[in-house]
Write a protein that binds this ligand. Structure first.
Ligand code: SF4
Length: 310
C-alpha cells in the first residue's frame, strides 16, 4: 500500500524543524479526545524515507529539486535552518527499531551538523524500547521525545482510553530521562470535565512532579468532531470547563508541582492565557499572573474562542 504523507501536526517548539514522516497515524489510536482517534497506522518504507533525506541534502547543497519528490518537501526545506528534524507522525518511536536506526544513521551521514532530532512518543512506545536502545537513539541525535501525559488522574486516563496507567506513565517518562534524552510532557486542562476538574489538576501536578520532565506544555481541551469525547459532550455526558476554570487548573498544577529544572508553558494556541517560565524559579511570578487575571475576571484578557487552535 502506498504511504500517504500525513498532515503536519507538531509541537510548537518544532516550528523551525524539517518534518520527515516515518509513520502516519498513531499506534495507540484510542484516546477519546484526539484527532488521531481511530487513525490507521502506516509505516513508511525505509528506502523511501532515505530517498527523501537524499533529496533534502541535494536541495540544501545545490538548490536542485527532484521532480519525483512531493512539492511539500521543498516547501518545508525553504524555511529550514538545517538544525532540527522532527519525525512524523503521532508516535514515530513505534517505527521498528532497526529501521529507525537505519534512517537516523542516514540522516546523520547526510547532515553531520544537525543539532537534534525529535519525535512524539507514546508511553507504550517508550516502555517497549530498552534503556540501551533509547541511549543508541540519543547518540544518533534522536534526543527529544514529546509524550502525552494528559492527566495524572487514574480515572481520567481510564475514561479517555489512554491505554496506560499512572505508574507506567511515570516509568516511561523516567526512562527517557535515564537515557539522557530530553522529555517534553503534555498535559490537557479540562480533561476531567467540570466535576473532576480539581482532582485532575492536583493529580496532574503529582505525576509531573514524579516524572520531573525538562519541558511541560499545558494545552486546553478542544473538542474534535468525530471523537468519542465530542459525542459524550453532545449527549450531555461530559461538561467542558469554563475558560477561567482552565486558568484555575493551570494555577493548581503550577502551585502543587515541584521540578528540578523545567520550562513550563501554556503557549499552545488552545489555551486561553499564555504563561511561561522556568520552574522552580519563576513559580511565584507565574502564579501571580494567573491570580491577577482570575481576580479581575475580565474575559477580554483571554484569547478569544475564534483564535484558539488545536
Ligand atoms: S497516543 Fe497521543 S497521538 Fe495517539 S491517539 Fe493518544 S493522544 Fe492521540
Amino acid at each position: 500500500m502506498q504511504f500517504i504523507r500525513p498532515e503536519i501536526l507538531r509541537p510548537p517548539s518544532e516550528h523551525d524543524s524539517y518534518f520527515l514522516p516515518l509513520t502516519s497515524g498513531c499506534s495507540n489510536n484510542t484516546c477519546a479526545f484526539c484527532s488521531y482517534y481511530g487513525s490507521k497506522l502506516q509505516l513508511r518504507d525505509v528506502n523511501d524515507a532515505k530517498r527523501e533525506v537524499d533529496a533534502l541534502a541535494l536541495y540544501v547543497e545545490s538548490g536542485i529539486c527532484l521532480s519525483d519528490m512531493p512539492p511539500i518537501v521543498y516547501a518545508i526545506s525553504r524555511g529550514w535552518d538545517g538544525k532540527r528534524i522532527f519525525l512524523q507522525d503521532g508516535d514515530a518511536l513505534v517505527y521498528p527499531f532497526p529501521k529507525l536506526k537505519e534512517v537516523l544513521e542516514h540522516v546523520n551521514r547526510k547532515f553531520p551538523a544537525l543539532e537534534r532530532i525529535g519525535s512524539y512518543a507514546t508511553p507504550q512506545d517508550i516502555l517497549r524500547r530498552s534503556l540501551g536502545e533509547l541511549k543508541e537513539l540519543q547518540k544518533l541525535k534522536l534526543g527529544i521525545f514529546y509524550m502525552g501525559v494528559e492527566s495524572g488522574d487514574e480515572d481520567v486516563l481510564k475514561a479517555i482510553g489512554k491505554g496506560i496507567g499512572v505508574r507506567q506513565m511515570i516509568e516511561a517518562g523516567r526512562k527517557v530521562k535515564d537515557a539522557g534524552s530530553i522529555l517534553s510532557a503534555t498535559v490537557i486542562l479540562g480533561l476531567g470535565g467540570v466535576a473532576g476538574s480539581t482532582k485532575h489538576a492536583l493529580e496532574t501536578a503529582k505525576i509531573l512532579t514524579a516524572i520531573d520532565p525538562d519541558f511541560v506544555g499545558a494545552l486546553t481541551l478542544t473538542l474534535v468532531p468525530g471523537t468519542p469525547l465530542y459525542q459524550q459532550w453532545q449527549e450531555g455526558r461530559f461538561s467542558l470547563i469554563s475558560p477561567f476554570q482552565s486558568l484555575k487548573e493551570l494555577k493548581i498544577i503550577i502551585e502543587n508541582s515541584a521540578f528540578t529544572d523545567c520550562f513550563f508553558s501554556s503557549m499552545h494556541a488552545s489555551n486561553y492565557l499564555s504563561v511561561r517560565g522556568q520552574l522552580p524559579q519563576d513559580k511565584q511570578r507565574m502564579l501571580n499572573t494567573l491570580e491577577s487575571v482570575l481576580q479581575i475576571g475580565d474575559s477580554s484578557l483571554l484569547r478569544p474562542e475564534f483564535l484558539r487552535g488545536l
